[in-house]
Design a protein. Structure first.
Length: 123
């Protein structure tokens, strides 16, 4: 079974985000719901600057729960988001409409998932 390797789940509210997610940290998140005690991933994302603020910008009642994890680099956050996107069904099963974008100014990064053809543009 695939794992997100994230903290949570927590209620997806501004207060809970402030309680659990440190300001100014780089990291990843998953939004979803609970079904019989299991967290169901419905959307994955990342923040290259401030995970707390990114989560608050995406508050949506259709996602009652969230999970998160920190990374030490933007590249790590991008690669984890790509793996989570593919592991949990991509645009066919997630609310994500497109493959995760490369971070700004990191145009040579490739998706770490073998045989991925979804990441647009060079390289």
């Amino acid at each position: 079974m695939v794992s997100l390797n994230m903290n949570g789940p927590y209620d997806f509210t501004s207060n809970e985000i402030d309680s659990e997610v440190t300001l100014g940290k780089i990291g990843n998140y998953a939004l979803g719901k609970m079904n019989e005690g299991t967290f169901i991933v419905q959307y994955v994302g990342r923040s290259d600057t401030d995970l707390n603020s990114e989560l608050k910008q995406n508050l949506d009642p259709k996602y009652p729960k969230f999970k998160f994890s920190y990374t030490t680099t933007i590249k790590q956050a991008f690669e984890k988001e790509c793996r989570n996107y593919h592991d949990f069904g991509g645009k066919e099963q997630l609310g994500n409409k497109i493959h995760p974008d490369r971070p700004n100014a990191m145009t040579t990064l490739k998706c770490p998932v073998a045989n991925c053809t979804e990441l647009s543009g060079a390289p």
